[in-house]
Design a protein around this ligand. Sequence first.
Ligand code: CMP
Length: 220
Amino acid sequence: MHWSPLASLDDGEQQAVLGAARRRSFAKGEIVFHAGDRSDSVHLVVSGHFSVMVSTPDGDLATLNVLGSGDWFGELSMLGEQDPAPRSATIVSLDAAETLVLTQPAFHRLCESHPRIERLVGGLMAARIRKLSADLLEARYVDLDQRLYRALLDVGDVFGGRDSGFTIPLTQEQLADLVGGTRPSVNQVLQQLAREGIVQVARGRVTVVDEQALARKAGR
Ligand code: CMP
């Protein structure tokens, strides 16, 4: 069986993950766990989407990232020799979603018996660190409009389905969090993109109708 969230693993490895995990379903808006919680498991996203949220100095929750099928979360506190570290972020389902959950002992046993699985999770973490470095650089040196163009393309990848445009079901507040801007400034950039016929803006979502034009503006 070839199972898409685990596409880079062979059949034996996929079966090992499926055999060690149990499935969990989430309705839209459910909190999987809070930042600071005790950690006891790691999740692989099967379907749907989750936001990774952290508290701002004002006490609000801000969206740091969006995860979709094939992404793992909860792995950060699982790695290392000592007791699991507390959760580094709050995870909230953005729509009806499903994960495969591995308890910490099951995850460790799986990594020992199938080292490529540990490398897969490590590879995803490496990609996240690269993205964080790029985000940090952009936050310092790239204008908000450019940051938003790039974020729309990146988040579009997570939400998939790009044949004739794609819809990002995030609020302008969430988009502002992702690019480190304010909601009004993000709204201004989106309205300009809408005037140029590149996006359509509706309540709680943005549809990119001309991905090529957006990619050109993003310098990609
Ligand atoms: P953990 O610390 O166990 O719980 C919160 C999880 O959120 C963390 O593991 C990661 O899986 C995930 N996470 C934390 N920060 C980010 C980030 N910047 N981008 C994507 N995922 C993250």
